[in-house]
Ligand binder design. Structure first.
Ligand code: CDT
Length: 302
């Protein structure tokens, strides 16, 4: 068996006034707890270092940039990387990335995968960027991810923690294609971070179902692709906006193995046997034997 003990490193709210240094101290405390519980890796949420700023319409570029990281590690996040190396605990961390590409400044909603030596081994840029582009004053709060982030280009997988690891971010977890593209590359373990407001302004009738939809999507993704999925929230009341918590670890069987029960900083650890994936990948979801990609063309057509 290939066992990986995965910690869900759920965050409670991060307010606008909270410094990165204060947030990193919380992340470090959770990493220490994860280590004491026997974890080899801890999964943190999407945009973990700051408040969820797409809830505001911000016009000033310099003000937007304050939420972004031009380098990783940065001065403020370095303690997390140093602790990772000292404890031998890897991590997945979501953050807003400011990149420079051919002289152009690009903004992405990104996540990195860090191995047990504290080294970055993978980076993912969110593909399914939700929300809207323009200020919509009729909403109680904005969801301007489309304005602030350029979508990424690929779902990649990485060899880490003795297996094949994929990454996704928040809205990606609702799309079957996200998991399938990673599973086609052999993903056994998928890490996902999220910020999901309970209130969805264009579809308020979904508000009561927000925790159900979260769990439904992750369970389906894990089962239909024979992989473990660790999906982790930044939840609770942040700057007056309530977001779901409900972080969970799902087995390739689709069963929830462990979950967080608060809306605050919380660490729970689950034991993932990566060899258990094969029970599904070799039978019901043997892609080579049972898929019919010749019938799926519409999925990739525009
Ligand atoms: N961060 C993120 O992707 N949140 C979305 C909110 C709903 S779309 C406005 C999500 O899918 O959870």
């Amino acid at each position: 068996s290939r066992i990986v003990n995965v910690a869900l490193g759920q965050l409670g709210p991060v307010q606008r006034a909270d410094s990165r240094t204060a947030v990193v101290a919380r992340l470090c405390a959770m990493m220490r707890e994860a280590h004491s519980l026997g974890a080899q890796v801890i999964v943190y949420p999407e945009l973990a270092l700051t408040t969820f700023f797409p809830r505001w319409f911000i016009e000033d570029d310099a003000e937007i940039d304050r939420y972004f990281e031009p380098t990783m590690p940065s001065r403020e996040t370095l303690p997390l990387f140093e602790l990772s190396r000292a404890l031998g605990v890897g991590f997945y961390l979501g953050y807003a990335e400011l990149a420079e590409e051919g002289g152009r400044r690009m903004r992405y909603n990104s996540a990195i995968l860090v191995d047990r030596s504290g080294s970055i081994v993978g980076k993912y840029r969110k593909i399914h960027v939700p929300g809207h582009f323009e200020h919509e004053p009729w909403r109680r709060f904005q969801h301007l991810e489309k304005r602030y982030f350029t979508p990424g280009k690929s779902f990649d997988v990485y060899q880490a923690f003795g297996g094949t690891v994929g990454m996704a971010l928040c809205n990606d977890r609702r799309w079957a294609e996200s998991y399938r593209v990673m599973a086609l590359q052999g993903a056994e373990l998928v890490f996902i971070g999220y910020n999901t407001p309970v209130h969805n302004a264009p579809a308020p009738q979904h508000d009561d179902l927000s925790l159900f939809h979260n769990q439904l999507a992750v369970q389906a993704g894990a089962y239909q692709n024979g992989c473990w999925v660790a999906s982790v929230a930044k939840g609770g009341l942040e700057e007056g906006v309530e977001s779901i918590a409900g972080s969970l670890l799902v087995a390739p069987s689709g069963e929830v193995v462990t979950r967080c029960v608060t809306k605050d900083d919380e660490v729970v650890v689950g034991r993932c046997d990566l060899d258990f994936c094969a029970v599904y990948k070799r039978t019901t979801f043997n892609f080579d034997l049972h898929r019919h990609p010749e019938c799926y063309g519409l999925i990739t057509a525009r």
